[in-house]
Design a protein around this ligand. Structure first.
Ligand code: NAD
Length: 315
């Protein structure tokens, strides 16, 4: 464990930000948490409320601050911005959220911040690219939550279908965190057994059931938003997991949005891929073997993101 004082700055304490903060406090993972939100009352209220749980967790300092507090932050987590309304896709949020990000990221950099950025606001792949561009930091220090939550949903539903602990399922969702994301069935396994081989042998769920599992993963946010207006616990825990991998230098392989430099035949794009995450940010992308149809779908997903990026001006 990293013994020096660790500070996380959370930008945006809405549903997602406050769920992340709650997970962070419960897991006693950091020494300091500063919460920054345009809605100062919300940041102050959350800081007070969370602090009252410290006697049940571990000693730490939580306060509502401002951008100058980012100077000493090891990690800045951005969950600020508009969220999807019922029927809206993640890509529909670009204009509103890029505008907000220009102000936020510039203010953070003006503080003298020299840590790692973790972005969760949507569309996360596009906004992580924007954060990299605006900050001018090396790409390994700017990552997005990418498809970490989609991968968790995939493992959870496969675990249910095969009646095993979801942590024993090895399966990835890659690509856009959104409608064009790709299930990597060719590499999906449980306890070392390939899911496609199980399917061939008639063990476990049928093809139709597996197809439905992916549809439920891809459309999970729409289903949850229809029912309760927003999704936040799952992403809050995903961000806490990433925080642990980063601050505790865990070298964990997680599906995150990172800049590609030719891996999977793609470059100059942030997209969800498996990568090793540690105290330096993203150590390396794991270029797993993909089936031909998976490669095509990943390239299609990247093209959709590229079209979205072309609508943004960074001037
Ligand atoms: P929310 O509306 O509850 O919270 C957003 C917060 O951002 C609010 O507290 C608001 O005051 C704050 N904010 C707005 N502009 C700001 C600015 N300029 N500076 C500082 N704070 C500002 O929304 P939410 O449900 O928490 O969602 C937040 C984002 O997370 C959305 O973009 C949503 O789509 C995204 N999200 C991502 C994932 C994922 O898997 N990556 C999952 C769920 C939601």
């Amino acid at each position: 464990m990293n013994r020096k004082i660790s500070r996380v700055a959370l930008i945006g304490s809405g549903f997602v930000g406050s769920s992340y903060a709650y997970a962070l406090v419960n897991q006693g993972m950091v020494n300091e948490l500063v919460i920054i939100d345009v809605n100062k009352n919300k940041a102050e209220g959350d800081a007070m409320d969370l602090s009252h749980g410290i006697p049940f967790s571990s000693p730490m300092k939580i306060w509502a601050g401002d951008y100058s507090d980012c100077k000493d932050a090891d990690l800045v987590v951005i969950t600020a911005g508009a969220n999807q309304l019922p029927g809206e896709t993640r890509l529909d949020l670009i204009e509103k959220n890029v505008k907000i990000f220009k102000t936020i990221v510039s203010s953070i950099m003006n503080s003298g911040f020299s840590g790692i950025f973790l972005v969760a606001s949507n569309p996360v792949d596009v906004l992580t690219y924007a954060t990299w561009k605006i900050s001018g930091l090396p790409s390994e220090r700017v990552l997005g939550s990418g498809t970490i939550l989609d991968t968790a949903r995939f493992c959870f539903l496969l675990g249910e279908a095969f009646q095993v602990d979801s942590r024993s399922v090895h399966a990835y969702i890659m690509g856009e965190h959104g409608d064009t994301e790709v299930p990597i069935w060719s590499q999906a396994s449980i306890g070392g057994k390939s899911i496609l081989e199980c399917l061939d042998k008639g063990i476990g769920p049928s093809q139709e059931e597996l197809d439905q599992i992916f549809i439920n993963v891809r459309d999970a946010a729409y289903q949850i938003i229809d029912k309760k207006g927003a999704t936040y616990y799952g992403i809050g825990m995903s961000l806490a997991r990433l925080t642990k991998a980063i601050l505790y230098n865990q070298n964990s392989i997680l599906t995150i949005a990172t800049l590609l430099h030719g891996e999977f035949g793609l470059k100059d794009i942030y997209i969800g891929v498996p990568a090793v995450v540690n105290r330096a940010g993203v150590r390396e992308v794991i270029e797993i073997c993909l089936a031909d149809d998976e490669k095509e779908k990943l390239i299609h997903s990247a093209n959709i993101l590229r079209d979205a990026l072309e609508t943004i001006s960074f001037d």
